[in-house]
Design a protein around this ligand. Structure first.
Ligand code: 2HA
Ligand code: ZN
Length: 268
């Protein structure tokens, strides 16, 4: 009896990860091994799974993650492609366990697939969100073409400008991403500097844009993190489509945007 595959709650999470990995590829947001996913699956872990030995010797982490001691994560594999994660999540990702000290991890299922090189960044975000009492389950990083294109314009990198312009393209953006978008100036991918800069924005935003690189979204549900990025991408497409047609889109007025706040009970 496979104690992973028969775990209904766990496999439900894995199925959602596969579904979203497929969308990332279909959207054209996941060239080669672009993007990575981590999902905290600790709540689905049974005592039987807890007794599984690691498939590899303990791998040290560069930082200590006090709030993730003994936690389990599904993480996409280093160098692995989203289009294959979609089809075979346990061939292109694995379930890891953080040790009781929070400073190393093992791989418990199903194959010894080494996690994304962004693992320390992802764990920093999960750890930080727990520290501030907002235990998120998901960190999703991907490369949406339209949003990255906008990050090549100084106009969009000014404080608040990206959210303001994207919100004003369609009401859904204001409603689905009410906490706006944090802008992270360019950093080398995979570095702890990039993670630290991201964390500084997560108090205020659930979605951040890494200049000339991609988007990162945190949340409780992988499908919802995808939806948030997809909605912003839709706004970016409307903006760019209007520009390609030779005009500046009017955008919703401040009054129209503000009128959504009480109706949809949005945080301000
Ligand atoms: O995993 O997207 O940022 C490849 C990347 C790094
Ligand atoms: Zn990336």
């Amino acid at each position: 009896m496979n104690i992973i595959r028969t775990n209904v709650a766990l496999m439900h999470e894995i199925d959602k990860i596969s579904e979203v990995a497929g969308y990332l590829w279909e959207k054209g947001w996941a060239e080669r091994n672009g993007g990575n996913i981590s999902v905290n699956v600790t709540e689905c872990i049974t005592n039987e799974i807890k007794s599984l030995p690691s498939l590899v010797p303990a791998i040290p982490l560069p930082l200590q993650f006090d709030y993730l001691r003994g936690n389990y994560f599904y993480v996409t594999g280093t160098g692995k492609r989203m289009r294959y994660v979609a089809k075979a999540p346990f061939e292109h990702g694995s379930i890891i366990r953080i040790n009781d000290e929070g400073n190393a991890y093992g791989i418990v299922a199903e194959n010894p697939v080494m996690p994304t090189s962004e693992l320390p960044s992802h764990l920093s975000m999960h750890n930080y969100m727990r520290e501030i009492g907002k235990g998120i389950q998901v960190v999703l990083h991907t490369h949406p073409t339209d949003l990255i294109a906008l990050s090549h314009s100084k106009k969009f990198l000014e404080e608040g400008a990206m959210a303001r312009i994207l919100w004003s393209m369609i009401p859904e953006s204001r409603i689905v991403v009410p906490r706006g978008i944090g802008i992270i100036p360019y950093e080398i991918p995979g570095t702890l500097e990039l993670a630290a800069a991201t964390i500084r924005q997560l108090d205020k935003h659930d979605v951040v844009l890494w200049e000339k690189h991609g988007v990162l979204c945190v949340g409780d549900d992988i499908v919802e993190t995808f939806d948030a990025i997809d909605t912003l991408s839709k706004s970016a497409q409307i903006y760019l489509t209007a520009r390609q047609a030779g005009f500046d889109p009017q955008g919703m007025t401040d009054e129209q945007l503000d009128a959504l706040v009480p109706v949809f009970n949005l945080p301000v």
